[in-house]
Design a protein around this ligand. Structure first.
Ligand code: IVH
Length: 671
């Protein structure tokens, strides 16, 4: 191999600088100086030189955005400073409440408070670490403390600089921002997916998040992603004193900053900004769902501090849901994984907040009645954040008299079994125990992310497996042989191997994922985590009575009953048993005695505390392993007695429960 001459090294340096510069103009500033052809020439020359001298390839070279091979799984990354979330305000009054608290707690005069105001982007929060100016680690927000290492995927996003510009670089900087997908790009992507019979993304946010959380960076690189920076985590070798300077600095070192970031000197200016942004919201190329208002001065931010997981110095003032009107062509009934029959309005396609909507949920029979929705009606529909669009109301003035009433079918539209509406419930359910729709939905849930996470097992595949009667329940997946998989349409040797690998890998789930995967009615991912933390194993969870379950904070009578029923249904027990036989490991979590000082202790709070709200106190107790219950019983260990205690105090006294005043409680929790 020829030794590179000095001239070559210099040329490569120069090309990299030029390409990075033009990249920045094109992808970040939207203001290219040269034609695409000229850009390609520079790029090709660099590629050619790097081919001849591969030892000169560096990770920040613009040729190195894509290229990695797929990962088996993401590593986790602990954020050096937690990535906080935001408290919400949904009205002007709530925003003013936030402002009042800022004034009170910071003890400065109204005139001294400045706010930086920004759009609230609707995407996926990420953190990018730059060491000596070079992008070295990128992660998702995750639960705020720990996220996933998605460096290779983030490298493929053009507005993310691989090397910072604007010279001298800090030794280390953690840049935070949101990966989003523009509305237009989202629609093009979904059209393509529709053609390929791939499942559609519900909204641009899901498309962005799904694309970043891809194990194969090649796939991410084909997705049109964008990123806005809005904050800095740790920084070494540079002093910043307020958020506005931070934004200007991010812009100078090469990040894309929203043109709508502003500095406000008064609440009136903030209100005016909110109104202005609400006006232009639909004209923006990307989705925003509100305004983020941040106290500008860092010293003030520090003084205000944070509460559990959100800072007291910032608030997200959300926009109202997006509404539009359209006509109902038909009402169909879809069957969910628990057999729930949901009426769905099929609409004349309409753009709501820049995204096309053609179906909207009508929830259940009572809703249809209450709103008097008929086929042919013109209706107002709305999209709010993540949720499926829904019908808000009928525009009665547009009725022609030809509209048709809708009633729920007596039989399941998929399997023909009788549909029943259990006494006291609003939902009709299919009674068929082998309803293919339920089986398919259950399976799709079982294999999904957050559940058993079997990458690559798409809906079409599961559907075929059920239709060909190869699988009848979740556990059957663990008994599949290569021949079974090879029998499916469009199956090749490599794909079959990958699918079986994904199944194999899923045999050691976390307890939370396993509980979530079981698809217990009313138990979403969050509650699955709560149950895992509390009960430590499936066997222990299965033993609990409904009374035991309702002792857990966040679990009310309805959820406790679904959990109880789930573990007392012979069909489910059979599936659990089959899962074990199929080699699925049922994890048993350790009881953390040392790290959780209040582990196993139950508290009851009566009266008001000066230093904490009820929710704050609960959070602190739970973080330390204890539980805050709403009523006193023999199981209560402590009663915290605040101002004006209620009758709970008397009950506790009668039972001889140890009482703590606010100071004693604070001592106990080490504050
Ligand atoms: S600042 C304390 N700024 O909102 C700082 N977040 O609810 C927290 N988000 O996870 C983040 N636009 O995904 C900030 N201009 C903006 C934002 C923004 C969107 C998201 C972000 C975060 C969530 C917090």
């Amino acid at each position: 191999m020829p030794r590179p001459e000095r001239k070559v090294i210099e040329r490569i340096q120069k090309l990299k600088g030029q390409i990075n510069y033009h990249n920045h103009l094109y992808y970040v500033l939207d203001n290219p100086e040269i034609s695409d052809a000229e850009y390609d020439r520079l790029f090709d020359e660099l590629l050619e030189l790097e081919k001849r001298y591969p030892e000169l390839i560096t990770s920040d070279s613009p040729t190195q955005r894509v290229g990695a091979t797929p990962l088996e799984e993401f590593k986790t990354v602990r954020h050096s400073l937690p990535m906080l979330s935001l408290n919400k305000a949904t009205s002007e009054a709530e925003f003013l409440g936030f402002h009042r608290r800022v004034l009170e707690l910071s003890e400065v005069s109204e005139k001294k408070i400045r706010y930086t105001v920004e759009p609230k982007f609707d995407g996926l929060a990420v953190e990018l670490v730059y060491k000596k100016g070079v992008f070295s680690l990128g992660s998702t927000r995750g639960d705020g403390a720990v996220g996933e290492d998605v460096t290779l995927n983030l490298r493929t996003i053009r507005p993310i600089p691989l090397r910072l510009i604007g010279g001298p670089n800090p030794d280390l900087i953690e840049v935070r921002g949101e990966v989003i997908m523009n509305k237009e790009d989202f629609e093009i992507l979904n059209k393509k997916r529709e053609k390929m019979e791939e499942p559609l993304f519900a909204n641009p946010r899901n498309a962005a998040a799904g694309s970043v959380r891809q194990l194969d960076p090649q796939v991410t690189s084909t997705r049109p992603l964008n990123m806005f920076a809005y904050g800095i985590g740790r920084v070494e070798g540079r002093k910043l004193t307020n958020h506005w300077d931070c934004i200007l600095y991010l812009k100078r070192i090469g990040f894309k900053i929203s043109q709508y970031v502003e500095l406000c000197e008064s609440v009136e200016q903030v209100k005016a900004y909110y109104e202005r942004l609400l006006e232009v919201r639909n004209d923006l190329p990307y989705e925003i769902d509100g305004v983020v208002i941040k106290v500008d001065e860092f010293t003030l931010q520090e003084k205000l501090g944070e509460l559990s997981r959100s800072p007291r110095w910032a608030v997200a003032w959300k926009f109202p849901a997006q509404q539009e009107s359209s006509r109902i062509r038909d009402i169909i009934v879809s069957v969910g994984r628990t057999g729930a029959l949901t009426p769905v309005a099929m609409l004349e396609p309409v753009r709501v907040g820049g995204v096309e909507v053609s179906r909207a949920s009508l929830h259940n029979e009572d809703e249809v009645r209450k709103k008097d929705v008929r086929i042919g009606d013109t209706v107002v529909i709305q999209r709010a954040g993540d949720v499926i669009p829904e019908v808000v109301k009928v525009v009665k003035s547009r009725r022609t008299g030809r509209e048709k009433r809708f009633s729920m079918p007596e039989r399941c539209p998929v399997c023909g079994s009788k549909a029943e509406r259990p006494w006291g419930e609003a939902i009709h359910r299919c009674t068929g125990i082998a309803c293919p729709a339920q089986i398919k939905e259950n399976l799709a849930h079982f294999v999904s992310k957050g559940a058993m996470d079997m990458d690559g097992l798409g809906y079409k595949f599961l559907e075929q497996m059920v239709d060909k009667k190869i699988i009848q329940d979740q556990a059957d997946l663990y008994f599949l042989k290569k021949e079974d998989v090879m029998n499916m349409d469009r199956m090749g040797d490599k794909l079959a191997k990958n699918l079986l690998n994904a199944i194999q890998k899923s045999r050691s789930p976390s307890l939370t994922n396993l509980i979530y995967a079981l698809g217990i009615r009313n138990v979403g991912y969050h509650l699955a985590g709560v149950l895992a933390k509390q009960f430590k194993s499936i066997d222990n969870l299965a033993k609990q009575t409904t009374e035991d379950l309702t002792q857990v904070h966040e679990i009310g009578p309805i959820v406790s009953e679904s959990i109880y029923n789930f573990f007392h249904n012979p069909k489910n027990l059979k599936v659990l048993e089959k899962l074990r036989r199929g080699g699925v490991r049922f994890p048993v979590e350790k009881v953390e005695a040392r790290e959780a000082p209040l582990s196993g202790k139950t508290f009851v709070l009566t009266g008001g505390l000066d230093s904490f709200t009820r929710d704050e106190a609960r959070k602190i107790i739970e973080d330390m392993g204890g539980r805050l219950s709403s009523s006193v019983s023999k199981k209560t260990d402590f009663i915290i007695v605040g101002k004006d205690p209620g009758s709970k105090y008397d009950s506790a006294l009668k039972l001889g429960i140890k009482a703590l005043n606010e100071n004693e409680f604070k001592k106990l929790i080490g504050r």
